[in-house]
Design a binder for this molecule. Sequence first.
Ligand code: KG4
Ligand code: ZN
Length: 335
Amino acid sequence: MGRTVLGIESSCDETGLALFEEGRGLVGEVLFSQTEIHAPYGGVVPELAARDHVRRLPRLWNALQASTGVRQADAVAVTAGPGLLGALLVGVNFARALAYAWNAPVVPVHHLEGHLLAPMLQGVLPFPAVALLVSGGHTQLVEVLGIGQYRLLGDTLDDAAGEAFDKAAKMLGLPYPGGPALARLATGGDPERYSLPRPMLDRPGLDFSFSGLKTAFRLQVEKLPRGDASAGADLAASFQRAVVTTLVEKCLRALQQTGHSRLVVAGGVSANQDLRLSLHRLEKQGIQVHFASLAHCTDNGAMIALTGALRLAEGVSPLEPIDVRARWPLPGPPE
Ligand code: KG4
Ligand code: ZN
């Protein structure tokens, strides 16, 4: 029997726990989203997030034990960053307490590595590959040389893609979290109606910038005709198309630049159907495209348990001191 790893995610507004067994896969998972707590404020309130993780973690662990019958794990993997510091500390201390009681190692996990490897919950991914990480806090293109070996190819100069979705949604008066709400409104809208800029496509390189698009979008929102029910949907669809076109084009550039033919797409925005469809079309050009399942695109404990298990297999030191880090670059390839 393989080792069982408990994964804990609490870096932002989702509390997630999952059990992953080496050689078997996901044994069970539980997730609580704090959406309703933060919705009245239009965004995540760090203090409220940390407090709710404190309340939620023991209950979720009880629920996970009840649903799986597993009462103890061989290791505890926990998101140690990047994320909200208070929220991270709650998860790490919960992990430490369980690990202390079980005399088990704690494996600190990089949140973005968790996202990046989440497609592996559905099966092994052969590397090298290019990864597109698109979440509420990050928009990065990464060359993945192997597990734990990442080279940053491109980054956003301002907002993250998810943040751009969230801000655009707010301008349209949609509820938080904006990304899924804007995507829903865009369904059936005409993405050709409004001409919005395709950020950074006129420039070489693999960096992103969404501030120009945001400004152009705001100007259109201010001019939205009253009484034209479809205008909001058309504008949402046009915005979504501008973001998706940019992401797809930059992925193509990164694949060409590196010579890899495999693309891994991860993070909350990878749940976007327009993005998924557009990237799947690259398969006609001989590119293999991998997404996490919809449930594992946004934050969850399963991706942390899986990444912890992979790290453990490589032999992490159980005595490794754990720092929580609000900012933390992905580990690079060996020198
Ligand atoms: O990865 P994630 O759950 O949390 C972070 O690590 O940031 O990503 C959350 C982000 C939010 O900005 C949310 O609006 C966006 O992902 N998102 C979407 C969709 N679902 C989630 N954006 C566009 N379309 C979606 N369907
Ligand atoms: Zn995330």
